[in-house]
Design a protein around this ligand. Structure first.
Ligand code: PRP
Ligand code: URA
Length: 212
C-alpha cells in the first residue's frame, strides 16, 4: 500500500501477523528479537526491489549466457542505536555483502529531541545506497536527525526502513526529507503525551535488549 509516493506500508500478511505478536505485552525479549529480525528481512525484500542491475557473462553447465547481478558498490545499512540494531541480522541475511554504519541517538525524555552520541559510517558511503534502520518513528526526530547526518557524507541515495510509524512522525519525516523513501509495516493511531506510539509496542530498545 502506498500512502504517498514516498511512504510504503508493507502490509504483507506474514509481516502483519508477526507484528501483532510483537505488540503483545506478554511477548518476551527472545521472541521479540526474532520477530524484529524476521520483519526486517521481509521488509528489506520490498525496499530493495529497485536496486540497479547489470548484465554479466556466465557459463552454465549448458552454455554461456548473460544474466543480471547487482550493479556497483551496492548497499550500506545504518541502524539507529539501540533499537535499529535489532533489524541488522535480518537485512544482512538477504544482503550479506552490505556494509554497516552506526548512528547513536537517544530521545531526551523531557524535550523528546534526539541527542547524538555516536556516528561511524562506511568510508565509501559515497558509492553506496543507504538504508537507515529503526523500528519506531514516533515524533520522527531521531530519523530526521540520522538522515541529516548521513546526507553530509553524500551517499548515492537514502531509504528509511521502520516497523511502526506514528502519523505525526511520518509526516514530519517525509516533509524534512522529501527525497527519502520510507518503508513501515504499520502506521498507528497517534502519539500519547509521553511521545509513545499508540497502540504501538512500547519501548522497542527495552523490549529487544530486556532492559526494563
Ligand atoms: C526510540 C526508537 C527511535 C526513537 C523514535 O529510541 O528506537 O530511535 O525512539 O522516537 P522519535 O521518532 O520521537 O525520535 P530511544 O530514544 O528510546 O533510544 P534507544 O533505542 O537507545 O532505547
Ligand atoms: N520509541 C519507542 O521505542 N517506542 C515508542 O512508542 C516511541 C519511541
Amino acid at each position: 500500500m502506498n500512502l504517498t509516493d514516498k511512504i510504503t506500508i508493507t502490509d504483507h500478511p506474514l509481516i502483519q501477523h508477526k507484528l501483532t505478536i510483537m505488540r503483545k505485552s506478554t511477548t518476551g525479549s527472545k521472541e521479540f528479537r526474532a520477530l524484529v529480525s524476521e520483519i526486517a528481512m521481509l521488509m528489506c525484500y520490498e525496499a530493495t526491489r529497485d536496486l540497479p542491475l547489470t548484465e554479466v557473462e556466465i557459463e552454465t553447465p549448458i552454455q554461456k549466457t548473460r544474466k543480471n547481478v547487482l550493479a556497483g558498490k551496492k548497499l550500506a545499512f545504518v541502524p539507529i542505536l539501540r533499537a535499529g540494531l535489532g533489524m541488522v541480522d535480518g537485512v544482512l541475511t538477504l544482503v550479506p555483502s552490505a556494509r554497516v554504519g552506526h548512528i547513536g541517538l537517544y530521545r531526551d525524555p523531557e524535550t523528546l529531541n534526539p541527542v547524538e552520541y555516536y556516528c561511524k559510517l562506511p568510508a565509501d558511503i559515497g558509492e553506496r545506497e543507504v538504508i537507515v534502520l529503526d523500528p519506531m518513528i514516533a515524533t520522527g526526530g531521531s530519523a530526521i536527525d540520522a538522515i541529516t547526518q548521513i546526507k553530509k557524507r553524500g551517499p548515492k541515495s537514502i531509504k528509511f526502513m521502520g516497523i511502526i510509524g506514528a502519523p505525526e512522525g511520518l509526516k514530519a519525516l517525509s516533509e524534512a526529507h522529501p527525497d527519502v523513501e520510507i518503508y513501515v509495516a504499520a502506521m498507528d493511531e497517534r502519539l500519547n503525551s509521553h511521545g509513545y506510539i499508540v497502540p504501538g509496542l512500547g519501548d522497542a530498545g527495552d523490549r529487544i535488549f530486556g532492559t526494563k
